[in-house]
Design a protein around this ligand. Structure first.
Ligand SMILES: Nc1nc2c(c(=O)[nH]1)N[C@H]1C(S)=C(S)[C@@H](COP(=O)(O)OP(=O)(O)OC[C@H]3O[C@@H](n4cnc5c(=O)[nH]c(N)nc54)[C@H](O)[C@@H]3O)O[C@H]1N2
Ligand SMILES: Nc1nc2c(c(=O)[nH]1)N[C@H]1C(S)=C(S)[C@@H](COP(=O)(O)OP(=O)(O)OC[C@H]3O[C@@H](n4cnc5c(=O)[nH]c(N)nc54)[C@H](O)[C@@H]3O)O[C@H]1N2
Ligand SMILES: [Mo]
Length: 690
């Protein structure tokens, strides 16, 4: 969402800078934006369709690839039913309008219940909480940073991520402005992350402790009558039940279990209550743990009971110029639990089942077993729990098709790789992410380059594949040419019928974007009362009670981390981002490292699911008992096709995360708080000798 100024000479991008006049980012860019030039010209990018031959990859014409793939998909579907084809939709589909709509086209054409996406590694707890509490998964309000004077931030690291479900434009400046106006920012994270320097306070928390912390905060709010019962009852149901549930989570009971002193929890609650222009904001650290759904629920309800939901200075639902929500509801619905995964019975959520079930659905024979997999802009072997098991399962499939830039860990196992175009060739409209901007803005970037190689745009690939799968042949050329413009037509329609009555033409002319003013609350949006104590979440509270009773564990647990120069599993091949110090070290608190070794020691990290080697780095930024590895590394097995990324040190964190242990409400992967054991590796000695 940052505005770029791209200098092009011929077909080459020679320079990328931040656009100082951009309505949201005002010239700010992060290193990932600058590296988009390297992505465009990366010699390792796939430039023409590839087919796996007996001795390796061979280039294949689009027409042949499409026709082969469609024939095989139709055969598998006819023999075994639509669920025999798995579909995995990756994260980049959220930040490209054409890829996003492509994913919907593929979903409709394949009609499979075995659909997967990163939400089960990421946002499902929050989407579910919003669905339960506000009645709509997309009722995801963002902190009103322009007015906020108190922000309690849990499990987010905007200094690395640039802000998630909170599009900031210039993250550091937005945070600095809050403090410049006398506001306070409190961070809760098992690691004293880069964002701690942007905050006034940082508290370590035991991974997974947020749900208990938030209940303790509610306990204080109710006990000290910071909740205006009349005001809350006018907009919500379930206040008394929520108060009752919070009664047993006193700060003195919760504090020792999560590692935050009781008086600190009390102060946290009082300061939040005392500043009317304040709110709670939580992100992936809070979702990807064993109590993600309950924690995500409590974040929403604290904002509601304090009267901060869709209020100035609290959290606000932005008014995007093109509102994708009605389209989303039409195509995906606002559902949960309509079907369950075949083997483990984990529930569907917004049209997808948890990624943690993927391997077993491929391995377990029977009706509905996955025989083929189509992946659009995703790398599940690197990004979902127990990647190595998944890789084995994928390798056994009859047909695997990856639509991607690279032959990465998942595409390595494919029969066909269909190469995608770069954003400079396809253009960009932030159909989804505009909903999360801290200021209402609208921008459209038309394509600035014509493709010179044999790559295609995701939407074109998807529509052709869909036609061939559904009809058994390609559409007439004239029709498919017309369909190519559909994504822009849809957006133009949404813009014209949207709250700001814009058009794509207008946006295309506004080079720096259109500023639509501050995000503003809208009472008219809330006809339905918030549900403060939804059954589906209340049911999980006894498990949380038992966790608190069990007290703090004594083993080590693993959490993840992100870095500004890295993006999930796919930007490590760009020299501008890959350069510099090793970013994939295992961070360990010095006290926990005493018996293991000093910085630089190679350690074996072992979990229930797997075992990897990593280079240890002692760091007092870690909470005692917690160690950290980033995900998306460990790409040495693809060093032939990702020559820069493949040469980087570090293991894959998802060789350790456990596909069998998921949180029970939604089946969300537990990527933070994974029990691990460490042992030094002494080369030449057997581990028994230790
Ligand atoms: N540079 C860069 N930017 C990115 C990405 C990237 O890979 N690189 N990824 C993008 C994506 S897909 C997403 S979803 C967003 C995510 O955006 P953020 O949510 O801001 O991401 P993280 O940096 O992972 O921050 C999560 C924090 O949670 C902490 N944490 C771990 N476990 C717990 C816990 O149990 N409780 C609490 N309170 N904290 C915990 C971690 O230490 C970490 O600091 O970032 C996006 N932006
Ligand atoms: N241990 C651990 N695991 C995690 C996380 C964590 O914090 N810890 N975070 C999770 C989160 S929040 C997320 S969102 C997921 C992400 O999980 P995925 O979506 O599976 O993975 P990405 O690494 O984002 O991979 C995206 C792929 O899309 C390709 N690509 C990029 N842009 C385009 C495009 O425009 N078109 C096409 N066709 N391909 C494109 C890239 O080359 C790359 O191969 O990872 C999750 N996994
Ligand atoms: Mo994500």
């Amino acid at each position: 969402m940052c505005g770029l100024r791209v200098t092009v000479e011929g077909a080459r991008v020679t320079k990328i800078r931040g656009d100082a006049d951009d309505v949201l980012s005002h010239g700010h860019v992060c290193p990932k934006a600058i590296a988009l030039g390297e992505l465009l010209h990366d010699p390792d990018r796939v430039r023409a369709p590839l087919m796996r031959g007996p001795v390796g990859w061979v280039p294949v014409a689009w027409d042949r690839a499409m026709s082969d793939i469609a024939t095989k998909l139709r055969r598998i579907r006819d023999d075994h039913g639509p669920d025999a084809v798995g579909l995995y939709i990756g994260n980049p589909c959220v930040h490209s309008h054409r890829s996003g709509l492509a994913s919907q086209v593929l979903g409709l054409a394949l009609g499979t219940k075995n659909r997967f996406d990163p939400n089960s590694q990421d946002s499902n707890p929050r989407l579910f909480a919003c669905m339960q509490v506000h009645g709509d998964a997309l009722a995801m309000a963002v902190p009103d940073l322009a007015r906020t004077k108190h922000l309690l931030m849990l499990g987010a690291n905007p200094a690395a991520s640039c802000g998630s479900q909170m599009a900031l434009g210039d993250p550091k400046a937005r945070f600095r402005d809050v403090r410049a106006r006398g506001g306070k920012i409190v961070l809760v994270d098992p690691r004293r992350s880069e964002s701690a320097a942007w905050c006034d306070e940082h508290h370590f928390i035991r991974p997974g402790g947020d749900a208990a912390l938030l209940f303790a905060i509610l306990h204080v709010l109710f006990r000290e009558r910071a909740v205006d019962a009349l005001a809350v009852d006018a907009i919500a149901t379930g206040r008394e039940q929520l108060a009752r549930l919070s009664r047993s989570f006193s700060p003195s009971r919760v504090g020792p279990v999560i590692g935050i002193a009781a008086h600190e929890i009390e102060r946290m609650a009082r300061e939040l209550a005392a500043e009317p222009m304040g709110s709670v904001y939580a992100r992936v650290g809070v979702c990807q743990n064993e109590f993600g759904p309950v924690a995500a629920w409590l974040v929403e309800v604290i904002n509601v009971v304090l009267g901060r939901f869709d209020r100035e200075g609290g959290v606000i639902l932005p008014t995007p110029a093109a509102d994708v929500a009605p389209l989303g509801r039409l195509l995906i619905g606002n559902h949960h639990g309509r079907w369950r995964s075949r083997v483990r019975g984990l529930p569907e959520m917004l049209g997808a089942i948890p990624s943690a079930t993927m391997a077993e659905e491929m391995e377990t024979p029977g009706d509905g077993q996955i025989k083929a997999l189509v992946v659009l802009a995703g790398n599940p072997v690197a990004t979902t729990p127990n990647g190595p098991r998944l890789a084995k399962a994928i390798a056994g499939l009859e047909l695997v098709v990856c639509i991607d830039y690279y032959v990465q860990e998942t595409a390595r196992l494919a029969h066909y790789v269909l190469p995608s175009q770069h954003v400079f060739e396809t253009g960009n409209f932030d159909l989804v992410l505009s909903r999360f901007a801290v200021r209402n803005v609208a921008k459209y970037s038309p394509p600035i380059l014509t493709t010179e190689d044999d790559t295609r745009d995701d939407f074109d690939i998807a529509q052709e594949l869909a036609a061939r799968v559904l009809l058994g042949r390609a559409l007439p050329r004239a029709l498919s040419e017309r369909l190519r413009a559909m994504p822009e037509r849809v957006i133009d329609w949404l813009l014209q019928h949207g709250a700001h009555r814009l058009s794509l033409d207008q946006l295309a002319k506004a080079e720096h974007g259109v500023d639509l003013g501050p995000i503003e609350p809208s009472a008219s949006r809330h006809e339905r009362r918030h549900v403060l104590a939804p059954d589906a979440l209340v049911r999980d509270v006894p498990r949380l009670e038992a966790w608190v009773d069990a007290g703090p564990g004594d083993g080590l647990v693993l959490i993840g981390r992100r870095h500004l120069r890295s993006n999930n599993s796919w930007m490590h091949n760009l020299p501008a981002l890959a350069k510099g110090p090793d970013r994939a070290r295992l961070l360990v608190h010095p006290d926990d490292a005493i018996t293991i070794g000093a910085t630089g020691t190679i350690v074996r990290v072992t979990s229930r699911a797997g075992s990897v080697e990593a280079v240890l780095e002692t760091s007092d930024t870690m909470m005692r008992g917690v160690v950290s590895l980033p995900h998306g590394f460990g790409q040495s097995e693809v060093n032939g096709t990702l020559r820069v990324a493949g040469a980087l040190p570090g293991p894959s964190a998802n060789a350790l995360t456990d596909e069998l242990v998921v949180e029970p409400v939604l089946g969300t992967s537990i990527l933070n708080g994974v029990p691990v054991a460490l042992a030094p590796v002494i080369r030449g000695a057997s581990s028994d000798a230790l």
